[in-house]
Design a protein around this ligand. Structure first.
Ligand SMILES: O=C(O)CCC(=O)C1=CC=C[C@@H](O)[C@@H]1C(=O)O
Ligand SMILES: [Mg+2]
Length: 375
């Protein structure tokens, strides 16, 4: 692969509605779109899914830009790539900063798939032609508002409903949803809002036949989650705690979770995501693809990884219109009866809309790779 230039664009887009979790409220989304061009002028695309604030994890848009500019792009300038799998190895001596790494690696994967005239899904070993998706509903002002949102999600056809919980907005809220919708596929996500002191309280969620409880305890924990899982019937799903294949191995070995949420950015890219997928599959641990309120570019990557065989549960990849007044890809991601068709076109299978992107771009920088000056 011959990379000629990397272009970073920092964008900001308003969300169609605020999204509240135990971590806070997002009203808009600032993010970096990465374009990597080869010597034939073909572009690969990806986005950094980090938030502007270091609340979900330690990264921010600013730290991602810094790490890419000062450390990761210079590595790509120096080294020759044979395959996208090389990228995670070349980045491995830089600790964490997984979302920055994943953004560059993802654009290289898209470029590789385009160079080889295949879809990103098939380049990754995907087998599914369509994927099932659910919707993630933030914390609302009232239970009635939440019931309305659940109703909307169901009538939009989503295959499962995820609701965010936090102390004071949990057992009784779930009871109300269950009373109104006794048999829908329902799950909750706590974004690390609890500790083991809450073990008895959390165990009360067992009475609602939830598909799972996502990340109830600390973002960096796999030990206490094992204690909680031993106490609860409801499967625990880990999100924030899984940054790597090693984390997944330890969580499975300890029995910290029965389900794993995959976010490509959180684990440092598609190569690591595939390894975690294979490990989970070999241990019979089902997976689904999480979301980070991505634009269509990140959403396209999520669709591609979800086409792998062990993504057996509906993910958080809702339609573009669930997030954006207008997305930056054509066509936008649409969901029909809770199903997204995996694109068969080359690469990510959606076209970044440069004109639309320009209207929401705050900053842009180009890095050219002049290999004739390399030593
Ligand atoms: O619809 C989506 O993209 C999923 C939204 C969502 O649940 C999340 C987005 C961003 C950070 C987290 O709060 C989070 C999650 O924990 O899965
Ligand atoms: Mg989560």
């Amino acid at each position: 692969m011959k990379i000629e230039r990397v272009i970073l664009r920092r964008l900001r887009m308003d969300l169609v509605r605020p999204f509240t979790t135990s971590l806070g409220t997002e009203r808009d989304r600032e993010f970096i779109v990465v374009e990597i061009q080869n010597d034939a002028g073909i572009s690969g695309w990806a986005e950094s899914v980090t938030c502007a604030d270091p609340y979900y994890n330690e990264e921010t848009v600013k730290t991602n830009w810094h790490i890419m500019e000062e450390f990761l792009i210079p590595i790509l300038q120096r080294e020759q790539l044979e395959h996208p799998d090389d990228v995670s190895r070349l980045f491995s001596h830089i600790r964490r900063n997984n979302m920055a790494k994943a953004a560059l690696e993802g654009a290289i994967w898209d470029l590789y798939a385009k160079e080889n005239k295949m879809s990103l899904a098939s380049a990754l070993g995907g087998v599914k032609k369509e994927i099932e998706v659910g919707v993630s509903i933030g914390i609302q002002d009232s239970t009635d508002d939440l019931l309305g949102k659940v109703e909307q999600g169901l009538s939009d056809g989503y295959r499962r409903i995820k609701i965010k919980i936090k102390p004071g907005w949990d057992v009784e809220v779930v009871r109300s949803v269950r009373k109104e919708f006794p048999s829908i596929p329902l799950m909750v996500d706590a974004n690390s809002a609890y500790t083991l002191k809450d073990i008895d309280h959390l165990a009360r969620l067992d009475e609602f036949s939830l598909m799972m409880i996502e990340q109830p305890l600390a973002h960096d924990d796999v030990i206490d989650h094992a204690t909680l899982q031993a106490r609860m019937q409801t499967p625990i799903c880990l999100d924030e705690s899984i940054h790597s294949l090693e984390d997944a191995r330890k969580a499975i070995q300890l029995g910290s979770a029965k389900i794993i949420n995959m976010k490509i950015g959180r684990v440092g890219g598609l190569t690591e995501a595939k390894k975690i997928h294979d490990l989970c599959e070999s241990h019979g641990v089902p997976m689904w693809c999480g979301g980070m309120l991505e634009s269509g570019i990140g959403r396209a990557h999520n669709i591609a990884i979800t086409s792998l065989s062990n993504f057996t549960l509906p993910g958080d990849t809702a339609a573009s219109s669930n997030y954006w007044f207008a997305d930056i890809i054509t066509p936008e991601v649409t969901v029909n009866k809770g199903i997204i068709r995996v694109p068969e076109d080359v690469g990510i299978g959606y076209h970044p809309d440069l004109k639309k992107m320009k209207t929401v771009t705050l900053e842009e920088k180009e890095f050219t790779f002049d290999r004739t000056f390399q030593i």
